[in-house]
Design a protein. Structure first.
Length: 230
């Protein structure tokens, strides 16, 4: 059996990254503490705008530092930042364990034909591509409703986890269900802090949970490691 791989974690927001690390620990089949995988984490809120003009270069630089510290594969704890995967892989030499693909695959496994996605604009484009590749349709917020979601998500990122924000996010989710979604993807890493499956009538997929499972499987040799873009 080959040695376990070291996972590099590139986090853009503290709360979402700490949530992912808890999921990673919970999904690791370890009988003893020493059986857990090694994790190198860089939580850098200054990278928190993956749509900025130089975002890809900054993310690639941070990934390169993780590679230099000993990481073998990389997890990026931000949906929209996956738009820069190719640049990050080329620059760092690290293969990215793809969170978008993991979430889309979970929707496919749920036998969904139409997938509702709550996500910021940059991530919506990615989810549309991946979901179509799995031969499923996508339901998303449009126009003014998409703008309202973006404003609510920014408030959430600024630390507003109150009752009003929770009710607002649930209303957006129910809107997608009413629009025909058979499964929902919480396509912003902050959403699980205020949105869960309780009371929803369709499955709710948390990409960070699916990513944690896949990272454990890859690092422990339970499934093949991805290959970086060269």
């Amino acid at each position: 059996m080959r040695p376990a791989l070291t996972l590099g974690v590139l986090g853009l927001t503290p709360a979402a990254t700490l949530d992912f690390l808890q999921r990673l620990e919970a999904n690791t089949p370890a009988a003893l503490e020493r059986d857990h995988i090694r994790v190198l984490a860089d939580i850098n809120p200054k990278l928190a705008d993956p749509d900025a003009a130089n975002a890809g270069f900054l993310l690639a630089e941070a990934a390169g530092a993780l590679a230099g510290a000993g990481a073998d594969v990389l997890a990026i704890i931000d949906d929209a930042a996956h738009a820069h995967t190719e640049l990050i892989e080329r620059a760092s030499g690290l293969a990215v364990v793809d969170m978008i693909d993991a979430a889309a695959d979970a929707a496919r496994m749920a036998d969904a034909r139409r997938v509702g996605v709550l996500a910021p604009r940059g991530a919506i484009r990615l989810y549309r591509e991946y979901i179509a590749a799995h031969a499923m349709g996508m339901v998303s917020l449009e126009g003014e409703r998409a703008q309202a979601f973006a404003a609510a998500l920014q408030a959430l990122r600024d630390g507003d986890l109150g009752r009003e924000r929770r009710a607002e996010m649930r209303a957006f989710a129910e809107e997608l269900i009413a629009g025909g979604a058979e499964v929902l993807i919480a396509g912003a890493v902050e959403l699980p802090l205020v949105l869960d499956s309780a009371g929803l009538h369709v499955p709710l997929i948390t990409p960070a949970e699916e990513l944690a499972r896949r990272c454990v499987a890859v690092c422990m040799g339970l499934e093949p490691a991805p290959s970086p873009t060269l």
